[in-house]
Design a protein around this ligand. Structure first.
Ligand code: 5GP
Ligand code: ZN
Length: 112
């Protein structure tokens, strides 16, 4: 979608440190990491948010992709957190569906 930051990352128009790409999905480093490992997983097609997602197969593939990615970057055994901020109360700031994969430190609960 024109003007969408993560569509521009997906197309290469905006540079990002890409760590995995497969089957219409892309993982790259968050520009403002909140943990030693902080990766974002996006579909390369534009979907504004989880609320707007209609393809449950794609959503399942995103989770499987993040699970595999966690293993590949070495955080799977100690554990990690996957977050999908959705719309205003969820704290979403970039309106292109993304999973946060956070690891490399112990997470606290509840989140802020
Ligand atoms: P949200 O708040 O929408 O769940 O998460 C958006 C995330 O995108 C934030 O963690 C933010 O640091 C990250 N982000 C914002 N702009 C950029 C960018 O230009 N490049 C990268 N790699 N990450 C970004
Ligand atoms: Zn987009």
């Amino acid at each position: 979608m024109t003007g969408c930051l993560f569509c521009k990352v997906a197309s290469g128009e905006i540079a990002a440190t890409v760590v995995k790409r497969a089957d219409g999905l892309l993982a790259f480093q968050d520009i403002n990491p909140q943990a030693p490992t902080h990766l974002l997983v996006i579909p390369t097609v534009h979907i504004a948010s989880l609320k707007d997602a209609t393809d449950d197969t794609l959503l399942g593939r995103m989770l499987g992709f993040a699970r595999d990615l966690a293993r590949e970057v070495g955080i799977a055994e100690r554990g990690y957190r996957i977050v999908v901020n959705t719309n205003a109360d969820g704290g979403q700031t970039v309106f292109h569906l993304h999973l946060h994969l956070l690891g490399g430190r112990a997470m606290r609960w509840p989140p802020g």
